[in-house]
Design a protein around this ligand. Structure first.
Ligand SMILES: CC(C)(COP(=O)(O)OP(=O)(O)OC[C@H]1O[C@@H](n2cnc3c(N)ncnc32)[C@H](O)[C@@H]1OP(=O)(O)O)[C@@H](O)C(=O)NCCC(=O)NCCS
Length: 257
């Protein structure tokens, strides 16, 4: 096997990362360079010729029970089967507990199980047309952008690490829904470059109506993608009003090693 080295990605790596990103076959923009002191890390693997042969893109939140969420792990087709993905994954995890979403149909589950992961839940990516929201029943609640102080409270209410709803670039906005007493009813990180919400968590399906109206105020497009995790009721509700299922994913996790 050729020697593989890992390093932080630089601006010069972004075109190659975009190319590798297409291997994931998911909607949304490829990763950009994360801010230096932020919660995201974009790492590349380079071979002996200094060509980029893979990358990992992960969120880190040391205060969470599962401090690493692996957003992307890709290796170049010509570099597979040489331990590049394992090296990138162990670098991102750093021995800590880690989770990720991956394709339900393909063989990635076997890859992660081989590396000691267990299945922990399901996620479904839905595409919603804002015109379909008009027909949805309305559950009365307040909605709006969340300040950093309120965000921690909303993330905790949905058992989400705060990093998963914290913006890492200007295109991202944390959005919430709450009742008359201010109790959290929903939280999402909306990304106008996607455009979509990931994660997207609501306490009951009909809250989606007011929530989507709020998102529409910030969206430039007529549609958006939602990543709904472990919430068949919300998926069923949205699909009944015309949402299209784009992909079903499995969530995997591995404890501290
Ligand atoms: C899945 C993927 C990341 C694997 O990359 P890779 O560089 O070939 O993986 P590695 O060589 O590091 O393999 C590590 C170990 O996993 C095993 N493995 C690799 N792919 C596997 C699969 N599909 N099923 C089971 N085991 C697998 C290898 O045999 C190796 O085992 P060993 O270390 O015990 O010998 C790569 O195929 C890929 O980029 N696919 C497209 C993008 C994607 O789907 N990414 C993952 C979803 S986020």
């Amino acid at each position: 096997m050729n020697a593989i080295a890992l390093r932080e990605a630089t601006a010069e790596d972004l075109p190659r990362i975009s190319e590798l990103y297409r291997e994931l076959r998911v909607d949304g923009p490829p990763p950009g360079l994360p801010p230096k002191a932020g919660r995201y890390r974009l790492r590349v693997a380079v071979d002996a010729q200094l060509s980029v042969v893979g990358y990992s893109y992960a969120e880190h939140d040391e205060t969470s029970d599962i401090p690493v969420f692996l957003r992307h792990l890709v290796t170049a087709p010509e570099a597979r089967g040489r331990g590049v993905a394992r090296t990138l994954l162990e670098d991102a995890a750093g021995g800590r507990a880690i989770q990720l979403n991956t394709d339900r149909e393909g063989s990635n589950g076997a890859f992660y199980e081989h590396l000691g992961f267990e299945e922990a839940g399901t996620s479904e990516a839905l595409r919603v047309d804002f015109r379909d929201v008009d027909a949805m029943p309305v559950y009365a609640c307040s909605t709006g952008l969340l300040s950093a102080e309120r965000l921690a409270h909303f993330a905790a209410a949905f058992a989400l690490p705060v990093a998963r709803v914290t913006p890492s670039r200007a295109a991202q906005l944390p959005i919430g829904a709450w009742d008359d007493d201010g109790a959290p009813l929903g939280v999402a990180l909306f990304d106008s470059a996607f455009p979509g919400c990931f994660p997207f968590r609501i306490a009951r399906p009909a809250i989606a109506t007011a929530f989507l109206r709020e998102v529409e105020r910030h969206a430039g497009e007529k549609h958006l993608s939602l990543m709904v995790e472990d919430d068949e009721a919300t998926c069923g509700f949205l699909k009944a009003f015309g949402a299209e299922s784009r992909i079903r994913l499995r969530r995997y996790w591995r404890p501290t090693v």
